[in-house]
Design a protein around this ligand. Structure first.
Ligand SMILES: Nc1nc2c(ncn2[C@@H]2O[C@H](COP(=O)(O)OP(=O)(O)O)[C@@H](O)[C@H]2O)c(=O)[nH]1
Ligand SMILES: [Mg+2]
Length: 404
C-alpha cells in the first residue's frame, strides 16, 4: 500500500490532520512532543469510479464507492518531533526521521496562520514565519539523508570499487526507498557523477541529499489553519515562494469537526465536498452550533472546502502520478469470481504494467501470469503496456488462479 508521511513542526496540526483523514483518535493537544510514537492509520484518496461510465452497481471490497466516487486506501503516518537538530538525534529525532524512510510521499504541514514560534510553541497568530518553518524542516530531513550517506561511507567506497557509484549509493539508500534512476538523476544534476566518492566532502554530500530528496519523497505543502484570519497573507507568501501546485490550503480542524459530527449522525458530509447538511432531527448544543457556524463562515464560504481530501488526491494523482486500476476476473461482468462487480481498485505508480498489477493483487497471480486483457474492449494488452488511469484489466493465468 502507498505510504504517506505527515511531517512538519510541532503544533502545526499534523495530528489533527491525521485524525481527520483517518478518524482515529490520536492524542491532540498543545504540548510539544505530546505524540511520542508515529501514529499509523488508513486514509483514502478518491476519484470518479468507473461504475458510473459503465452504468453498473458495484460491490467494492478493498475500497469504497460513495455517490460514484471510488475511495482507495493509503497508509498515513503521523511523524512527530521533527525539532531543530533532529538529524543529530535531538528529541528522539532519528527515530522519527527513520519513519520517513518508509514513505512514498510526504505531506508537509505548516501553520499558515503563523501561530507558532520557531521552536513550535504556540504563539500570537501572525507572529510566526511559515516559509522559514518549511525550510527548517527541509534542512533536518536533508541532513538526515546526508548523515545516512556519511554513516555508510566505507560500504559505499567498497561497493563503488566493484560496481559503480550509482549502484553503491542506491544500495546504501535502499532503506529510504531510493531507486537507481533517482540516484542517477541526482548525481547528474549535481555534477557529482564526475567526482570520485572518496572526494565527497560534507558540502557535496548535502548537495546530493538536497537534490535526491524531492525525487524519492515527492511532497505537498499543506498550509493549515486557514480558518484563522492571519493565514490569508501568509498563504500568498507561501504560494509565491513555492510553486502554486505544491501548496494546498486546508483547515484540518474544520475537517475533523465535520467528520466527527458526520460520524455521530449530526450531519451529512462527504469528505472533499463543498457542503455539509445538518440532519433534520439533530439536537445540537450551542457549542456545536457555533462550531459548525464557524466552519461554514470561516472555511466553506471562504475556501469552498476544508482541503484535506483535495490535498491527498493532488499528492497521489498529480504529484506521484499514480493511476487507479481495476482488476477483474470476469471481463464480461466486470466482476470477481463471486460476482462482486468492480471489487477492487489498485493504486499503481506511473509506468506500471499489467504484470505489476498482477503482483499487487497477489504473488500467485503474477507467477502464473500469461496475458492481460482490457475489459472495456476485450483487446489484449501488450506486455510492456503502461497502465492508464481507470483501466479495467482482466489477468489471464496458467492455472485458474483466483483474482480474489
Ligand atoms: N484554528 C485552527 N487550529 C488548528 C487547526 N488544525 C490544528 N489546530 C490546532 O493546533 C494545535 C496543534 O494541533 P496538533 O494536531 O496537535 O499539532 P501537531 O503537533 O502538529 O500534531 C491544536 O490546538 C489544534 O486544535 C486548524 O485547521 N485551524
Ligand atoms: Mg502531533
Amino acid at each position: 500500500m502507498l505510504t504517506i508521511a505527515i511531517i512538519g513542526k510541532t503544533n502545526v496540526g499534523k495530528t489533527t490532520l491525521f485524525n481527520a483523514a483517518t478518524l482515529l483518535n490520536a492524542e491532540i493537544s498543545n504540548y510539544p512532543f505530546t505524540t511520542k510514537q508515529a501514529n499509523e492509520g488508513i486514509a483514502y484518496v478518491c476519484d470518479v469510479c468507473v461504475c458510473k461510465e459503465l452504468g453498473l452497481e458495484d460491490n467494492p471490497l478493498n475500497s469504497t464507492c460513495i455517490d460514484g466516487w471510488r475511495y482507495a486506501p493509503v497508509r498515513l503516518l503521523d511523524v512527530p518531533g521533527l525539532v531543530k537538530d533532529a538529524w543529530r538525534g535531538r528529541g528522539l529525532g532519528n527515530r522519527f526521521l527513520s519513519v520517513i524512510g518508509q514513505a512514498d510521499a510526504l505531506i508537509h504541514v505548516v501553520d499558515a496562520s503563523g501561530s507558532i514560534d520557531a521552536e513550535g510553541k504556540i504563539a500570537k497568530p501572525g507572529s510566526g514565519n511559515p516559509v522559514q518553518d518549511i525550510m527548517d524542516i527541509e534542512i533536518e530531513v536533508e541532513r538526515w539523508v546526508a548523515q545516512i550517506i556519511k554513516n555508510n561511507r566505507q560500504l559505499i567506497i567498497r561497493e563503488e570499487a566493484s560496481t559503480s557509484l550509482e549502484e553503491a549509493l542506491t544500495k546504501a539508500l535502499s532503506g529510504i526507498k531510493a531507486g537507481p534512476h533517482q540516484v542517477a538523476q541526482a548525481l547528474r544534476s549535481t555534477g557529482l557523477d564526475e567526482i570520485d566518492f572518496q572526494r565527497w566532502n560534507a558540502r557535496r554530500t548535502r548537495k546530493f541529499a538536497g537534490e535526491l530528496l524531492p525525487l524519492i519523497k515527492p511532497f505537498l505543502i499543506i498550509a493549515n489553519k486557514m480558518d484563522l484570519p492571519s493565514a490569508e497573507e501568509n498563504i500568498e507568501m507561501l504560494t509565491d515562494y513555492y510553486s502554486q501546485g505544491l501548496v494546498a490550503t486546508c483547515s484540518a480542524e474544520a475537517e475533523l469537526a465535520l467528520r466527527r459530527a458526520e460520524r455521530s449522525g449530526l450531519l451529512s458530509y462527504i469528505p472533499g465536498q463543498e457542503k455539509f447538511r445538518i440532519a433534520e432531527d439533530a439536537e445540537l448544543s450551542l457549542a456545536q452550533r457555533q462550531a459548525l457556524e464557524y466552519v461554514e463562515q470561516r472555511v466553506m464560504k471562504k475556501w469552498m472546502r476544508t482541503g484535506i481530501q483535495q490535498a491527498l488526491n493532488t499528492l497521489i494523482f498529480r504529484l506521484l502520478k499514480v493511476n487507479m486500476a481495476y482488476p477483474v476476473a470476469n471481463e464480461a461482468e466486470f466482476s470477481d469470481h463471486h460476482g462482486n462487480v468492480l471489487p477492487d481498485v489498485h493504486l499503481m505508480p506511473d509506468g506500471s504494467t499489467p504484470l505489476d498489477l498482477a503482483r499487487d493483487v497477489h504473488t500467485r497471480l503474477a507467477e502464473n501470469y500469461i496475458l492481460a486483457i482490457d475489459a472495456r474492449t476485450g483487446m489484449r494488452l501488450p506486455k510492456d503496456y503502461s497502465l492508464r488511469h481507470r483501466d479495467i484489466v482482466k489477468i489471464m493465468t496458467q492455472q485458474r488462479v483466483k483474482a480474489r
